[in-house]
Design a protein around this ligand. Structure first.
Ligand SMILES: [Zn+2]
Length: 188
């Protein structure tokens, strides 16, 4: 049995065509007033004209990059489609391997100073769930505070000053004469 050919009603009707035209005109007018992606196009250097996603960038300029718990975690395609997503999965894995090779080449071409800066940047931006990352951030801040406290000059105390005065006096006495140190009462 032959499948009946379906002709879309709207293209046959002048009234429907008018509705379609009005809708697209209204959208085009609204589209011109909407904010656009804040990235600059690589080819032209001009601001991108795509509609932005929640972070202000379009999906071609990082708008679709996962945030929060999915930050820097490779996301695999869903197992949908007639082949169970096999083709998409293989393409994604090829892309992951390609990115890995590029990263290795970039690291190999870095100067030691560049590499140090790169490592520091990535150390402060480790991937993974939000809670452990927040805990690491807290520990880093604490370690920084301790380092700063250790670098401060010692706190002045009257007891320490008095002890230092006695040490200085003893050393002066020793330097002045060859007397037996056991006879000296420093606590006077
Ligand atoms: Zn864009």
């Amino acid at each position: 049995m032959a499948k009946p050919t379906r002709t879309p009603g709207w293209s046959q009707s002048a009234a429907f065509r008018a509705i379609g035209r009005a809708a697209i005109t209204a959208w085009n007018l609204k589209r011109a007033t909407l904010p656009t992606c804040t990235a600059k196009a690589k080819r032209t250097g001009e601001q991108c004209r795509q509609l932005p996603m929640t972070n202000g960038k379009c999906r071609f300029h990082g708008g679709a990059t996962p945030r929060g718990d999915k930050f820097h975690v490779t996301s695999l395609p869903s197992a949908k489609g007639p082949d169970g997503g096999e083709k998409k999965l293989q393409a994604k894995l090829r892309q992951v391997r390609r990115d890995q090779k590029r990263r290795e080449a970039r690291l190999a071409a870095m100067t030691p100073a560049e590499r140090e800066r790169h490592d520091a940047w990535h150390k402060a931006r480790q991937p993974g769930p939000a809670a452990p990352r927040a805990e690491k951030r807290r520990q880093r801040a604490m370690a920084k505070e301790i380092r700063q406290a250790a670098a401060l000059p010692e706190v002045f105390s009257p007891e320490a000053a008095e002890l230092q005065r006695k040490i200085d006096r003893l050393e002066a006495l020793l330097a002045a004469s060859s007397i037996d140190t056991a006879d000296i009462d420093i606590f006077q």
